[in-house]
Design a protein around this ligand. Structure first.
Ligand code: ADP
Length: 583
């Protein structure tokens, strides 16, 4: 309890104290100063200004914070500075990023006008007479403190205007601060020419750091009231700058104090702020600072900034790619396997079909042989008759009729042989539009000798021409002969053996029905009739009906059975098509 009371007391004291303290103690104001020749030099240059402000505004305590441009920018970003004294280029960058505003521009009392106060000096060792102008810098090594040093940038503009691409046509040697290092690099032969802020060379000579004639300034330009040698255009002097967080009353007090400053010998004075338009032109030409192209913050920066997410996205993309590759490999493999299985099944089907045809042909072989024998016997009879007549000295003209009969019989035998050959042909042909009538007539012609030999009466109704169907002619014949052969076997034990073959157009399809007056289906056979290898015959294959149904379905049709009373009817149908039949 006592401890809690103590904490409360301390907290209240802390709230009450600052007002009292502020009244007594001056508020600290931090002024950042760009130090291009080290902290000491910076302090020497600007101390008089700070002293003056301290005298003019005693209720503030002014503190100088010197550093490089990068250091000062970071301090502004961290709200640790109230004002800055810096070079015009750095000011331009801060203007865009941190709403910096110039409230005064430096002015040397006996020196140049504030708008033409800063430039760059390009110098070489005096024993290089061949280097005279800026254009002579092509292919040389150039030393400067840093790529973003204002003097260096001022010189780059001059190079570019003379057609020299600094990145491609020169080599840069950046030596870092202080500016004395640039002079050392040229003296040691690490660079052919040095680029420094205007008046820095004169200052070094004055301090005795370099000999008076040791270096020679190249590409000299008129320097107006600036009492130094310069190689570039002149730009406004350094600005005194406020930033976004500078309190407005403080900025006003400081500006008034600066304009009222009465400096002594070698001390800075402050004038109305310049617009710094010429500095903007310079940065625009070089495409740097606020004019740098967007690519500076390109994809690479974005990825580095969001590397955790980028890593996850990369992992996800890799997983996805692997997944896609695996799936497409499996799909390709499965497709190959299916294709192989399909090819094997097709081959098996074709072999089976051929086997059934051969078996049907085997069953019809003897009657077909007999059928061929008839025209051969007739040919023999006619030939003998002709021989006898020739021996008897008959007129050759009288033999014409007999010879024509021989030709007719030979054609008949030839027809039978062609049908047999066609029927046992190995490969099925593609389905094409055909008139089915000739195929059906051929099938009947092939079957009739067998029927005759078995004393079976075949009653057929086949029109001479029919509408077109899309079919493989050989398969059509195979189905019909198969049904006829089954019917023949079914009636074999009947006293009067009758088979019917009827072909008719039934709406948009063609019906082929084969009926017989046999004893009907065996008990329990109906549901297995179309199963492969189902047979009730001693030497049956059990493949005919299953294959016939497969063929019918492959033609978009079907095969059905009507067990009926006294007549078993198998009906085979396929669709008619609009297209005309191919001849
Ligand atoms: P297979 O003729 O070699 O036996 P099928 O597949 O052609 O093979 O016939 C299968 C079975 O169908 C036959 O064994 C038979 O029992 C029966 N069958 C076929 N046609 C008829 C028919 N017209 N009358 C009675 N049964 C038939």
């Amino acid at each position: 309890m006592t401890r809690l009371a103590l904490i409360l007391f301390c907290a209240l004291a802390a709230f009450a104290a600052p007002g009292a303290a502020r009244a007594a103690e001056p508020v600290e104001v931090r002024i950042g100063v760009l130090a291009y020749r080290g902290a000491e030099d910076a302090e020497r240059s600007w101390q008089s200004t700070l002293d003056h402000l301290a005298r003019a505004l005693p209720h503030y305590r002014f503190r100088m914070v010197s550093g490089t441009a990068a250091f000062l920018t970071a301090a502004v970003a961290a709200h640790r500075l109230d004002f800055l004294i810096t070079n015009p280029g750095h000011y331009l960058e801060l203007k865009v990023d941190y709403s910096a505003a110039a409230i005064a521009t430096e002015q040397d009392l006996e020196g140049p006008t504030p708008s033409e106060a800063v430039g760059a000096t390009v110098f070489v060792l005096d024993d290089h007479p061949e280097i005279q102008s800026i254009a002579d810098l092509r292919n040389l090594r150039l030393a400067a403190v840093a790529p973003d040093a204002f003097g260096y940038r001022a010189a780059l503009r001059e190079l570019i205007e003379r057609g020299i691409d600094p990145a491609r046509d020169t080599r840069q040697v950046f030596v870092g601060f202080p500016v004395d290092e640039v002079m050392r690099a040229v003296r040691d032969g690490r660079a052919d020419a040095g680029i420094i802020r205007s008046c820095a060379l004169e200052k070094l000579v004055q301090e005795g750091a370099i000999g008076k004639d040791e270096f020679r300034v190249i590409g000299r330009r008129p320097s107006g009231s600036l009492n130094c040698q310069v190689s570039t255009r002149l730009y406004p002097g350094w600005p005194f700058v406020t930033v976004a967080q500078t309190p407005a009353p403080l900025a006003r007090d400081v500006a008034q104090a600066l304009f009222a400053m009465q400096p002594g010998q070698d001390e800075k004075a402050w004038a109305q702020p310049d617009a710094y338009g010429s500095v903007q032109d310079l940065y625009r030409t070089l495409k740097v600072g606020p004019y740098a192209p967007f690519t500076r913050l390109g994809i690479a920066d974005f990825i580095v900034e969001n590397r955790v997410w980028a890593g996850l996205v990369l992992l996800a993309a890799l997983w996805w790619l692997t997944h896609v590759a695996r799936v497409s490999y499996l799909v390709r493999k499965r497709t190959r396997e299916l294709q192989a299985a399909h090819d094997a099944a097709r081959l098996r089907g074709e072999q089976m079909e051929h086997t059934v045809r051969l078996s049907l042909m085997g069953e019809m072989a003897s009657s077909l042989a007999h059928e061929i024998n008839q025209p051969l016997a007739a040919i023999l009879t006619y030939a003998r008759g002709c021989e006898r007549r020739i021996e008897g000295g008959a007129d050759p003209q009288s033999l014409r009729d007999a010879v024509q009969r021989i030709a007719v019989q030979a054609e008949r035998a030839g027809d039978i042989v062609r049908r047999m050959k066609d029927f046992v042909r190995k490969n099925p042909a593609p389905q094409v539009p055909i008139d089915p009538a000739p195929a059906l007539h051929d099938a009947l012609a092939l079957f009739e000798p067998t029927a005759r030999a078995a004393d079976v009466i075949v009653e057929s109704e086949i029109p001479d021409s029919l509408p077109a169907v899309r079919a493989d002619r050989l398969q059509l014949e195979e189905v019909v002969i198969n049904l006829l052969q089954n019917a023949l076997e079914a009636v074999s034990a009947q006293e009067e053996k009758r088979i019917g073959l009827k072909v008719r157009v039934n709406g948009d399809r063609l019906d082929v029905s084969v009926s017989d007056n046999g004893p009907g289906l065996a008990p329990g056979a109906e549901e297995h009739l179309f199963d492969p290898f189902f047979t009730t015959k001693k030497n049956g294959l059990g493949l005919g009906l299953s294959l016939s149904r497969t063929i019918a379905e492959a033609h978009g049709g079907g095969l059905t059975v009507d067990p009926g009373d006294g007549a078993t009817v198998f009906r085979f149908y396929i669709p008619l098509i609009e297209e005309p039949a191919r001849v």
